[in-house]
Design a binder for this molecule. Structure first.
Ligand SMILES: Cc1cc2nc3c(=O)[nH]c(=O)nc-3n(C[C@H](O)[C@H](O)[C@H](O)COP(=O)(O)O)c2cc1C
Length: 214
């Protein structure tokens, strides 16, 4: 791979446009309408979002998680509270989420404060997960170092023998977070790099809407 190969990659975006006059005054309604369009366009894993958190030394870390709900305007995902991301959120709840829907030439950025869901709320979703995903969650002490692949597979098999379908307990440390959005930005790719960017910022209990230069 040489830099010329990378520098030659160039897309001219032309599929859609986004104007202050077409967006909903409520960014959550706007988000839901873009999410529906991403689903209808069969974007692979449209609910995949990059989650960024910051550690105790102010170093950022990003990874992909899946959006599993929008509840009262908050963005919900599930994970292990004792994972690296979990301990980062514990000491600094500022998070950023980023969706990329390339098929629609769209990006959505969200910034907000993460809060843990309760054990009960987490349990409710855990019960809906497929059996093998429940066993997988139980087998994995997320973000900890393991000696090898076999270690994980052996643990998975032991747990499969121990628990039958319907009675897998939710691990204490497995659960959800809700991200309460304070800033959202909808980005629509346009011709010649003159992209549309509409930014919502929460001011009191209203949303302030601005257009940003691309
Ligand atoms: C498409 C995709 C979806 C993922 N969904 C989740 C998820 O919903 N929850 C989760 O904890 N990890 C998910 N992961 C794995 C995370 O990216 C990450 O590897 C893991 O959560 C550990 O991160 P951490 O060590 O920074 O805490 C997903 C990865 C990919 C590529």
């Amino acid at each position: 791979m040489n830099k010329e190969q990378l520098q030659k990659l160039r897309e001219n975006y032309s599929k859609h446009s986004l104007d202050e006059s077409d967006v909903n005054y409520d960014p959550i309604i706007q988000f839901e309408s873009w999410m529906k369009e991403a689903m209808n366009a069969e974007v692979p894993e449209p609910n995949a979002m990059t989650l960024s958190t910051v550690d105790a030394n102010n170093k950022p870390h990003s990874r992909v998680v899946l959006l599993k709900g929008i509840e009262e305007g908050d963005f919900v995902f599930y994970t292990n509270w004792q994972s690296e991301k979990g301990s980062e959120i514990e000491q600094n709840p500022n998070t950023a989420l980023c969706f990329l829907w390339l098929e629609l030439e769209r990006q959505v950025r969200i910034e907000g404060i993460a809060e843990k869901l309760s054990q009960e709320e987490s349990e409710e979703y855990f019960k809906k997960r497929p059996y093998k995903s429940q066993i997988g969650a139980l087998a994995s002490n997320q973000s900890s170092v393991v000696p090898n692949r076999e270690f994980l597979e052996k643990r998975f098999e032991e747990l499969e023998e121990k628990y039958t379908e319907g009675d897998v307990p939710k691990p204490e440390s497995w659960g959800g977070y809700r991200v309460k959005p304070e800033v959202l930005e909808f980005w629509q790719g346009r011709r010649s790099r003159l992209h549309d960017r509409i930014k919502y910022e929460k001011v009191g209990n209203k949303w302030d809407i601005k257009r940003l230069s691309p």
